[in-house]
Design a binder for this molecule. Structure first.
Ligand code: ZN
Ligand code: ZN
Length: 226
């Protein structure tokens, strides 16, 4: 089946499937460029077989692993997958190094046996750019849930991945080590809300949303806007 030519010009280049992993139903995301079929696995926290299945089903070539932050449900099995696929890990921000170092300890606590400490090939900072095939993602450093949380923003297509910073109807918890509710709210106000009402985003847990939807319905965001 061939798509009509007029539609082809506007067809989105970015594709994504969500793969809920671990007991925390964390949205590991297989993200790829439709032109090149080059892909990134974002936040492979665990359940690698589900991730392998998704890669095989879509037929994409994974070229890197991206990490939004160092919590166990997002990062525990990143190193194992990176070694298996022979790809580098990019992110999170260096401020989450202490979380990556303590992944084995957290693994024991939560019964995630494959948890391994690692240092990514590339730490990410505000203003950095990450490429996946022909897709470009701007990096926003959004501390508060964890000190080194980052968001990946694709301005061309008006969507991004925000990890555990902002959820549909809620925000990330700030009671974990290195968390700060005030800092988290500042990250949302100064970095995410300016992306505009139509901007849609994949959250670390639960359904996707848009900035506009959260402005209308999210009580935490309402507090900022008051
Ligand atoms: Zn988290
Ligand atoms: Zn999480």
């Amino acid at each position: 089946m061939t798509a009509p030519e007029t539609a082809a010009a506007t067809e989105p280049k970015a594709r994504a499937v969500l793969i809920p992993v671990t007991m925390f139903s964390q949205n590991c995301t297989l993200l790829w460029c439709a032109e090149t079929l080059h892909a990134a696995v974002v936040d492979p926290g665990g359940d690698l077989q589900l991730i392998r299945d998704a890669i095989a089903k879509t037929g994409v070539t994974v070229t890197k692993i991206l990490i939004t932050h160092g919590h166990i449900d997002h990062a525990a099995e990143a190193l194992s997958l990176a070694e298996e696929l022979g790809v580098p890990i990019e992110g999170p921000h260096r401020a989450d190094q202490f979380l990556l170092d303590s992944l084995p300890v957290a693994g024991l606590k939560y019964g995630i046996m494959g948890a391994r400490a690692f240092e990514p090939q590339r730490w990410l900072e505000e203003g950095d750019r990450v490429e996946v095939g022909q897709l470009h993602f701007d990096v926003l450093h959004c501390p508060g849930h964890s000190p080194g949380s980052v968001a990946f923003i694709n301005k061309d297509e008006g969507f991004g991945l925000v990890g555990d910073v902002l959820f549909r109807g809620s925000v990330g918890r700030s009671d974990l080590e290195g968390g700060s509710h005030e800092t988290l709210m500042a990250s949302i106000r100064d970095k995410l809300l300016p992306l505009g009402d139509d901007f849609s985003f994949i959250c670390g847990h639960g359904p996707t949303s848009t900035i506009g939807h959260e402005k209308m319905t999210n009580p935490y965001v309402a507090e900022i806007l008051r």
